[in-house]
Design a binder for this molecule. Sequence first.
Ligand SMILES: Cc1cc2nc3c(=O)[nH]c(=O)nc-3n(C[C@H](O)[C@H](O)[C@H](O)COP(=O)(O)O)c2cc1C
Length: 234
Amino acid sequence: MLRLGRESNLTLLEAIRARHSVRRYIQRPIEVSKLDILRDEIIALNATSGLDIQLVTDEPRAFDGSTAFSYGKFSGVENYIVMAGPRDSRAELQVGLYGEQLVLLAQTLGLNSCWVGLTYKKIPGAFRLREGDIVHCVIALGYGETQGVQHKLRPLEKLYEADVVPPDWFISAMEAVQLAPSAINQQKYIFLLHRESLVEALPRFSLVGYTEIDIGIAMCHFEIGAGDAHYKWV
Ligand SMILES: Cc1cc2nc3c(=O)[nH]c(=O)nc-3n(C[C@H](O)[C@H](O)[C@H](O)COP(=O)(O)O)c2cc1C
């Protein structure tokens, strides 16, 4: 479903491995050709999801450093994706699923990114919300000072339970889930493998929230990691 940037040789699996949250960006504008690729993908994703994802460019104020939260300090952010949509848990799952596709597309284009739930400000006029929609999250985008660092990996066995001996495709899928970004790296979910290749992703209790978005992100990684295996979501 994803269109890969011509400038990049990264496959989506390589993008999953290369991606880390980046919070400090250099002052290098994103090329128009790359913004066009992202915009085209956003139009396609909005059409299938019913979300109202928007790309905001050349807007430095959302991350100018004076947020009320100490978690996650950002610098140099001038471009970001607004993940807007209806206020319900189905939309939250879709925000994760479709937002992560954009994150990985950006990675294949040589860009860095970071999901942001808290540490940004909503700037009046930078984007418009449809009646009833909310901003679930934003995604900072640009050229990072560094490529970021690998988050602490949760053991695979803590991320899944299986009714059958897990086949290779399921382990590959879970290895991709292991690398998925999540709010404060909580990964408060469990993937269940049932008989007949039925797969279920369930939330665990979280004080922080964002679990539905985290599950959507993890499902995106699962689907890429599973490749062309035949399985069904419960
Ligand atoms: C839904 C969501 C919300 C997040 N919110 C913030 C945030 O407000 N501030 C921040 O600095 N990082 C935020 N992050 C980034 C996470 O801290 C990061 O994904 C996690 O620590 C794992 O690290 P990695 O992305 O480098 O693998 C968020 C991530 C997700 C998925």
